[in-house]
Design a protein around this ligand. Structure first.
Ligand code: FE
Length: 269
């Protein structure tokens, strides 16, 4: 009751402050640049792992070759990285097995190196740590703090495995599996294991996946009747169509401003 009354007395907090506070959160969503954000949530753990492996192979990753696990992060073509979500220290064997199976070096988040000390301090990835410039980065149990994400902006492909579907890492990855590292990592290791790895050739940077974007179609359309050209960048000001309106977004009853031909009678220029 007191809260209700006082809120009447004080009025609502100014809106400006609220939106200003919300901005950084919004910006923090996409630190690693455009990413595919294909998240596997459904199906069995095995199915999710298989789908991931299939996509990685299609992207050009060859898992018959590998690098040494202690390759410096900045020189590594692939890194399997552990976050606090990995749990107790003995679970680092899951990370080692996966690193071996996919021919990668081992990295971590800052707390895993600094606080938990599961890995040497020079192996943590982030703004204040090492920058990863290679191709494949597999984040295991890493929530995706901004400072960590800033260390992987150059990665060609970011894979995230985390049991929290709301972890920021999923907004910054190409492929994600929502699941427990204890379940997913052994399956992934098994799927990628090709026995002894051949030494990897000098790194070739794999092209970053470009996320599918629904680009508005700014094609110029020509009227069959009179040759009038509808240019979406110009619009049709006289008939209330603002500049930037794609042809397909024109109202159904819009007609050619010159000869009243209907929309259906327009063709691509
Ligand atoms: Fe016309």
């Amino acid at each position: 009751m007191r809260v209700v009354i006082s809120s009447y007395l004080l009025g609502k907090p100014p809106k400006k402050e609220k939106s200003a506070g919300a901005m950084p959160t919004k910006a923090a969503k996409n630190i690693t640049g455009p990413r595919k954000k294909v998240i596997y949530k459904k199906g069995s753990a095995q199915e999710r792992v298989d789908a991931l492996v299939e996509n990685l192979k299609a992207d050009g990753y060859d898992f018959t070759v590998g690098i040494a696990m202690d390759t410096p992060i900045t020189k590594a073509e692939r890194v399997v990285s552990a976050g606090k979500g990995i749990g107790p220290k003995e679970n680092m064997s899951l990370i080692e097995d996966l690193a071996k199976a996919c021919g990668a070096a081992i990295g971590s988040s800052r707390p895993v190196a600094e606080t938990l000390q599961y890995v040497p301090i020079d192996r943590y990835v982030g703004m204040s740590g090492q920058k990863f410039n290679g191709n494949l980065y597999i984040a295991c149990g890493i929530s995706g703090a901004v400072q960590h994400l800033k260390g992987i902006t150059n990665a060609s492909t970011i894979v995230a495995i985390n049991k929290n579907p709301n972890a920021p890492i999923f907004k910054n990855c190409d492929y994600g599996i929502v699941g427990d590292v204890n379940e997913i990592l052994p399956l992934l290791s098994k799927a990628l294991d090709t026995g002894e790895k051949q030494p990897a050739p000098p790194m070739k940077k794999i092209k970053r996946a470009t996320p599918k974007k629904e680009k508005p179609d700014y094609t110029i359309m020509v009227c069959d009747g009179c040759g009038y050209e509808y240019d979406p960048m110009v619009g049709d000001e006289a008939n209330g169509i603002p500049a930037g309106t794609p042809f397909e977004k024109l109202p159904e009853d819009w007609v050619c401003p010159e000869c009243s031909e209907i929309k259906a009678n327009f063709e691509k220029a």
